[in-house]
Design a binder for this molecule. Structure first.
Ligand code: RUB
Length: 283
């Protein structure tokens, strides 16, 4: 796959969810580094810095991708031979992906402990972290899930398909029904794109879900790797109106934000690879 095609897959949400974007972006970064044709370390690092910027900008609300790429870039920022820098990147990638796999197992175990027999659990969009929790929980617990369809890109269908294939009883509702549906659920699990002092960022519609949790006194958990931490939240990604309506009347204004910032006061605990804690005690 060419670099351009890969970046386009991230931009167009063909690669979906913060964790998948970070892993896919890292692989693209390392493979692009391997292809760079220069023996001069300065030129190599300069070119690689541009590659990093293009990838980070492909989806501005994904600090996990940004944090991972910055980490990798810093780790090779020295005057070694280009050949050695490339080798270092490849071997660090292998170690990092193994570590990430272990971390997500921890998230799955930490989250699964919170789901009890008979629970009706609500989720929104598609979060690989939340899906891992559900998969792990389904091994020992009998619970059901309600998910939204998640307009306009219908990531909820991916969630529903995976849940059904795991043998978990699943119901899907249209997004506008989320509020009343939450009244009849007892726990809510959401993923996150950003963890920040201001709150967490997740798919548009998550604020409604969090607010309903508060109104109906239901428990909201956020499942996330701590690599999604960002001291500041970049402005929220605005996507094309055509995702909402292909041929709208010309003068119609359509707003299509991808995400929302949800204050921590709505969240009971953050389920991370480190712990199950309130955001304040997480980092
Ligand atoms: C996906 C989304 C997910 C988070 C967390 O949005 O909001 O809840 O990215 O996902 P999009 P994960 O479909 O626009 O990428 O737990 O897999 O990191």
């Amino acid at each position: 796959m060419s670099f351009r095609v890969g970046v386009d897959k991230i931009r167009s949400v063909k690669v979906q969810g913060a964790t998948n974007v970070a892993i896919f972006g890292l692989k693209l970064f390392v493979s692009e580094a391997e292809k760079l044709k220069t023996n001069n370390a300065n030129i190599f690092l300069n070119k690689l810095s541009k590659v990093k910027t293009v990838l980070i900008n492909a989806r501005a609300n994904e600090p996990m991708l940004r944090n991972v790429l910055e980490l990798f870039y810093k780790s090779i920022y020295d005057k070694a031979r280009v050949k050695d820098l490339k080798q270092r990147l490849v071997s660090s990638q292998k170690t990092f992906l193994e570590q990430l796999k272990n971390d997500f197992e921890k998230i799955a175990f930490n989250g699964a402990d919170l789901i009890k027999n008979g629970d009706v659990v609500f989720t929104h969009c598609h979060s690989s972290s939340v899906m891992r929790v559900f998969k792990q929980a389904s091994k020992k617990t009998d619970f059901s899930v309600v998910c939204t369809e998640t307009r306009p890109l219908f990531q909820g269908r991916k969630t529903a398909k995976e849940l059904v294939s795991m043998g978990i009883e699943t119901k899907m509702v249209v997004d506008s029904h989320a509020f009343s549906e939450i009244k009849d659920c007892n726990k809510i699990f959401l993923g996150a794109d950003v963890l920040s002092g201001e709150g967490f960022v997740n798919k548009v519609g998550s604020y409604n879900v969090a607010y309903a949790a508060k109104v109906f006194k239901k428990i909201l958990y956020v499942c996330s790797h701590t690599l999604k931490y960002s001291p500041k939240i970049a402005s929220i990604e605005q996507r094309s109106p055509s995702e909402v309506w292909k041929n709208p009347p010309k003068s119609l204004i359509i707003e299509n934000p991808s995400f929302e910032i949800i204050p921590w006061k709505f969240v009971k605990r953050v389920v991370s690879e480190r712990s199950v804690k309130k955001y304040g005690g997480l980092l």
